[in-house]
Design a protein around this ligand. Structure first.
Ligand code: SAM
Length: 275
């Protein structure tokens, strides 16, 4: 049995680990996995999607295998519920011809979209390779040439991907952009860019468009302009209050270690056209 003095001698990270373990257990007790899963499936229904998530997941995995990517694991990098939702959309009656992605990053999501929707055109936008923000974010500056080479190699594999190197704020000037059927907003996550991205994307929606945004923090104490912010949520809610769109929020990750955070994927449709 440890005495009081010994406990205080424990290294800081051990104390931190124990605290985080206790918090996780409390969160799990308050909002158990079963309830989270049930809510997630109920949200699939609200989105008008088939609720057999396991089937969408195995469909996604068969595509990931085909692409030579690791199988779905929500703890793996940029993998999260959006990929399963995309697979569900691909198996639905939604007609998807034009897809817009803001934030290409390593182009893996573009590849997955291009494979799930082989008849569609995927326009994916990211900053120019020499843009200081591109170089300074997502730990790219160390190995930027390799990052660019691998991304471009992937993009070349699919002829239905159009890569647009531009600041997404310039979408307003891209007159040739048609209305989009599916939009994935995943560029800068804070003010002012995410607000502008959502606003511009709403103007590219038609009555059946699905607008999805990544990393929607319903609450966030430390907001920044790139990675973590409640700006996306506030913007989506403002458009909802103005009766422009209707939003559904699905948990980004469902496992125990992500329980207790406020990170969601949004799924929006134009309000007038909700059945
Ligand atoms: C989270 S990553 C995108 C991840 C990718 N969509 C996926 O699903 O894996 C965000 C990307 O947005 C890009 N980005 C940030 N601000 C941007 C802007 N103003 N215009 C275009 N791209 C931007 C970043 O360079 C980065 O590559």
């Amino acid at each position: 049995m440890m005495n009081y003095k010994q406990l205080f001698r424990l290294p800081f990270d051990v104390v931190k680990r124990i605290t985080s373990y206790i918090i996780k257990e409390i969160n799990e007790y308050r909002y158990p996995y079963k309830k989270r899963y049930k809510k997630l499936i109920a949200n699939y229904k609200l989105c008008g999607l088939d609720q057999t998530r396991e089937i969408h997941l195995s469909y996604l995995n068969s595509l990931l295998k085909e692409l030579g990517f690791p199988l779905y694991d929500e703890s793996n990098g940029m993998y999260s519920e959006h990929l399963i939702i995309f697979a569900a959309i691909a198996s639905s009656n939604f007609k998807i011809k034009n897809i817009l992605e803001i934030g290409t990053y390593d182009a893996k999501t573009s590849m997955i979209l291009a494979t799930l929707f082989p008849e569609s055109t995927i326009r994916t936008i990211d900053l120019e390779d020499d843009n200081p923000l591109f170089l300074q974010t997502y730990d790219r500056n160390e190995n930027v040439d390799k990052f660019i080479r691998l991304r471009n190699k992937l993009i070349k594999k699919k002829n239905n991907i159009k890569f647009i190197q531009s600041n997404s704020l310039r979408i307003t000037l891209m007159e040739q952009l048609p209305k989009q059927d599916l939009i994935w907003v995943d560029g800068a996550h804070g003010y002012p860019v995410v607000t502008s991205d959502i606003t511009n994307c709403i103007s590219l929606m038609h009555e059946n468009t699905i607008l999805m945004c990544d990393d929607i923090w319903k609450k966030s104490r430390n907001n920044d302009s790139i990675y973590k912010s409640n700006a996306g949520f506030q913007t989506l809610e403002a458009f909802s209050k103005a009766r422009v769109i209707k939003n559904i929020y699905l948990r980004k990750r469902i496992g125990k270690k992500f329980n207790g955070n406020y990170k969601f994927i949004s799924f929006s449709r134009l309000k007038n056209n909700q059945k």
